[in-house]
Design a binder for this molecule. Structure first.
Ligand code: 6PG
Length: 472
């Protein structure tokens, strides 16, 4: 029987779609699933000369060309370790095991070491794009050794999304680098989504726009510099009616946001490395707060909200919407600035060389955060790969300065109306703090020295000082 050049384990929707993508690209793929009936049903529907399967792990491994390439599409966490343990007796040195789940990068670092000790390559690969991306072309963020990437490159390039003709895949770096970058991608995804949700809040609660009006506006914005997958789907969501009630379906959806952990990990890593990512963290906390529904319901009864503002004149509304678009774009720049600053710090901490022009390029298509914005970002980093913070780029800094008045008006308007906009507000705070020459941290230092003799430094003199603050 012909040997397969790629093995894939785990036929949940992402795994199944990736297997079909591989086969469509004429890469002979052998699939395996823990439940044999799932493998059989899958093959019955999609099996062909490029897509075959096995229901026995030893047989599965024996039918792969060496060095074996095995893509694990199992649930992140324990299941990955369990599957590796089951595979190990059937693997040989130089084989490559790829973990395509949203695994925690520290687990990937550990697994890389463990498998390296046995001469096996481990590739932690971020895959973005959801079900559709997996089938038609995802954005791929593989980590791992140079040798493993070399062996995988043609396959990954074939199945990845394309942007301006180039495949959305690049070797991110050793051990956990691929999963780290995917984690930050998701942190940015959380921020992007929260910013859009904040704007929706203002449209709905302050401007009292109906769903058709909102849909039209998201579509219009989606044709401009905010053009992106998330804005596109937002317009489509606005348009969808509930079959049962005839009301906009969005209004029937419970306001408790779920999360699987990648946003939280981004925040945790940022806290560990001391990198400010307030907009990403706020997006995680906003999901947490949304889930405190019983408390929120009580609080809304006890504490109420501000009075809904009078309807706006057409001219005023036009101005508010213009401000809103500026606020969203400026906040987006800040969210990406935070994510990239975090990746820079992680690269230093873990001794990775993260190539930002490549990362921006492979996010241009296939992934959830794909957007026209990524073209701008990719140009910026190609021109200036060592840029310290995105807000310092000439093009972005000009835009941010121009947007600042309307951005401020937007946040004030929402706050005056009691409409929470945690994403927009935190991005604005980030921007304002970043551009403040002399912040209020002098007072924090004085307080620390006052109560704990923690000492402080002076602006006008080198050295470390302590003051008996209460002495006359
Ligand atoms: C992607 C997505 C994908 C998944 C998120 C959702 O890039 O394709 O990020 O990985 O949709 O993990 O995460 P939450 O359930 O935490 O929102």
């Amino acid at each position: 029987m012909k040997q397969a050049s790629m093995g894939l384990i785990g036929l949940a929707v992402m795994g199944a779609n990736l297997a079909r993508n591989l086969a469509r690209n004429k890469i002979h793929t052998l699939v395996y699933n823990r439940t044999a009936s799932k493998t059989e049903a899958f093959l019955q529907q999609f099996g062909n000369e490029y897509l075959t399967g096995s229901t026995d792990l030893a047989d599965f491994c024996a039918r792969l060309t060496k060095p074996r390439r095995i893509l694990l599409m199992v649930k992140a966490g324990e299941p990955v370790d369990q599957m590796i343990a089951q595979l190990l007796p059937h693997l040989s040195p130089e084989d490559i095991v790829i973990d395509g789940g949203n695994s925690f990068y520290q687990d990937t670092r550990r697994r890389t070491k463990e498998l390296e000790a046995r001469g096996i390559h481990f590739v932690g690969m971020g895959i973005s794009g959801g079900e559709e991306g997996a089938l038609h072309g995802p954005s791929l963020m593989p980590g791992g050794s140079d040798a493993s990437y070399e062996a995988l490159e043609p396959i990954l390039q074939a199945i990845a999304a394309k942007a301006e003709g180039g495949p959305c895949v690049a070797h991110i770096g050793p051990d956990g680098a691929g999963h780290y970058v995917k984690m930050v991608h998701n942190g940015i995804e959380y921020a992007d989504m929260q910013l859009i949700a904040d704007v929706y809040s203002i449209m709905k609660n302050v401007l009292r726009m109906d769903h058709q009006e909102m849909k039209a506006l998201w579509e219009e914005w989606g044709r401009g510099r905010l053009s992106s997958y998330l804005v596109d789907i937002t317009a489509k969501i606005m348009d969808r009616r509930d079959e049962k009630t005839g009301r906009p379906l969005l209004e029937c959806v419970l306001d408790e946001a779920g999360q699987k952990g990648t946003g939280k990990w981004t925040g945790m890593s940022a806290l560990d490395l001391g990198v400010p990512v307030p907009t990403i963290a706020e997006a995680v906390f906003a999901r947490c707060l949304s889930s405190c529904r019983p408390m929120r319901l009580k609080a809304s009864r006890i504490l109420g909200t501000e009075a809904v503002p009078e309807p706006f004149s057409l001219d005023r509304k036009k101005q508010v919407l213009e401000d809103l678009e500026n606020a969203l774009y400026a906040s987006k720049i800040c969210a990406y600035a935070q994510g990239f600053a975090l990746m820079a710090a992680a690269a230093e901490e873990y001794h990775w060389t993260l190539h930002f022009p490549d990362i921006a390029k492979i996010w241009r298509n296939g992934c959830i955060i794909r957007a026209a914005f990524l073209n701008t970002l990719s140009d910026i980093y190609s021109r200036n790969p060592g840029l310290e913070n995105l807000i310092l780029d000439d093009h972005f800094s000009r835009l941010l300065k121009e947007a600042r008045p309307g951005w401020g008006r937007t946040v004030s308007l929402a706050q005056a109306a009691g409409t929470a906009v945690p994403g927009l507000a935190s991005a604005l705070e980030y921007f304002d703090m970043c551009r403040t020459e002399y912040t209020s941290a002098n007072l924090i230092q004085a307080q620390r020295d006052f109560f704990g003799a923690h000492t402080y430094r002076r602006r006008d003199e080198d050295g470390v000082f302590h003051t008996e603050w209460e002495k006359a």
